[in-house]
Design a binder for this molecule. Structure first.
Ligand code: GLY
Length: 383
């Protein structure tokens, strides 16, 4: 038996990180009978509440990422049951919304990309419906008249990630998870993870530790250098506008404008989320005038009416990027340290399946087969 499995089935665990991933794991582990501590100085301050909440495995499918696509689809299928259970457990809504997603194109080049995407969907048996510009505008009348074609993906949904985070926090607390609003360092003893040390000096001894700190996962004090996960921050700037009545859009709209993707995600309660830039500047969380300008300019090309709407928020999230854009799930080279990080663009979507997989590992000592390809060990010696 590996040293990790020798310690699996332990009765307590500590989770580093109170974003969607950390909270969902803590909640499921507590429901499975484990005693769970979770440490985070400000739960939800990172990508979990910056994100747009798209559950879009099909419109975000990329060539060469078919293994990730399978995991994304599995998590999307798990969503309805997951949010129903969470809403019952927390007594709070999650804003799970099944209005679907519409991708649109403006010129010949965009149309070619959309046609290629449709062909890729057909090849993989993914459901999507090509539309003319007129058909797209019949679905979303506020689309620009220049829209020439569309691709409707009825089963790419959305969830309100901020509501989801609040519900997970409430459910985790109700299930008995002890939340420590503190930074934490990893305690390593006798060559294995042994718990967390909080800023106050208090130590939380645990049989297993889960590293779910998003883009900060390689910054945790106490992590041995050969265990640092291959995760880096990838900045996304994102805006929130307030729609009036009737709403500007009813479903998520995505487009490629000047070679950059832009998406507009309307919430039932009137918010319109416009995202997102992608750049790598370390842990810089500035919102730049250029970023806001580009987002508004590109979104305005898709839906000209947005310039009438109040801009209520501009902020940044740091996506936890990994070398192959897929998450790191499972045992690391340090016994009793489990990774649940590196979800990059898919953290909200992958929350349910990550929680299922990591809770199974914590409780039964085995990662489900579907998660095996995402072992941190795929990047070689380093975890
Ligand atoms: N999944 C959307 C984004 O990362 O911007």
């Amino acid at each position: 038996m590996s040293p990790v499995l020798a310690h699996a089935h332990g009765r307590d665990c500590a989770v580093l990180g109170g974003g969607l991933i950390g909270l969902a794991i803590a909640w499921r582990a507590a429901l499975g009978g484990l005693s769970v501590h979770l440490a985070d100085p400000e739960p939800g301050v990172g990508a979990s509440t910056a994100a747009a909440g798209m559950l879009a495995p099909v419109t975000e499918a990329h060539y060469g990422e078919e293994r990730l696509l399978e995991l994304n689809l599995r998590s999307a299928r798990r969503y309805p049951e997951f949010v129903a259970e969470l809403e019952r457990a927390s007594g709070l809504p999650t804003g799970y919304d099944t209005h679907g997603t519409l991708a649109v194109a403006f010129d010949r080049d965009d149309r070619a990309v959309l046609a290629e995407t449709a062909a890729y969907h057909r090849k993989l048996d993914l459901e999507s419906t090509p539309l003319t510009g007129r058909e797209a505008r019949a679905l979303e009348p506020m689309l620009a008249t220049g829209v020439q074609a569309g691709l409707l993906v009825e089963r790419d949904y959305q969830v309100d990630n901020r509501l989801l985070h609040s519900a997970l926090l409430a459910a985790a607390i109700r299930a008995g998870v002890r939340i420590h609003r503190s930074r934490a360092a990893l305690i390593v003893e006798n060559g294995r993870a042994r718990g967390l040390r909080l800023e106050s000096g208090e130590t939380l001894t645990a049989d297993q530790v889960v590293l779910a700190a998003g883009c900060w996962s390689s910054e945790i004090p106490g992590l041995p250098p050969d265990v640092l996960p291959r995760v880096r921050p990838i900045r996304g700037q994102i805006l929130r506008l307030a729609m009036g009545t009737p709403p500007t859009l009813t479903r998520t709209v995505r487009a490629m404008v000047r070679g950059r993707y832009v998406y507009l995600v309307p919430r039932a309660h009137g918010e319109l989320v416009i995202g997102a830039t992608t750049d790598e500047l370390g842990f810089d969380t500035s919102v730049t005038s250029g970023g806001v300008y580009e987002l508004l300019r590109d979104a305005h090309e898709v839906v000209p009416g947005i310039t009438e709407l109040p801009l209520v928020e501009s902020r940044t999230g740091l996506r936890p990027g990994s070398p192959d854009n897929a998450p790191l799930l499972g045992e690391t080279v340090l016994p009793c340290l489990i990774a649940a990080t590196g979800h990059y663009r898919n953290g909200v979507l992958l929350t349910p399946i990550t929680a299922d997989a990591i809770a199974a590992l914590l409780i039964d000592g085995a990662l489900p087969e579907y998660a095996a390809p995402f072992s941190p060990e795929r990047f070689g010696g380093l975890s």
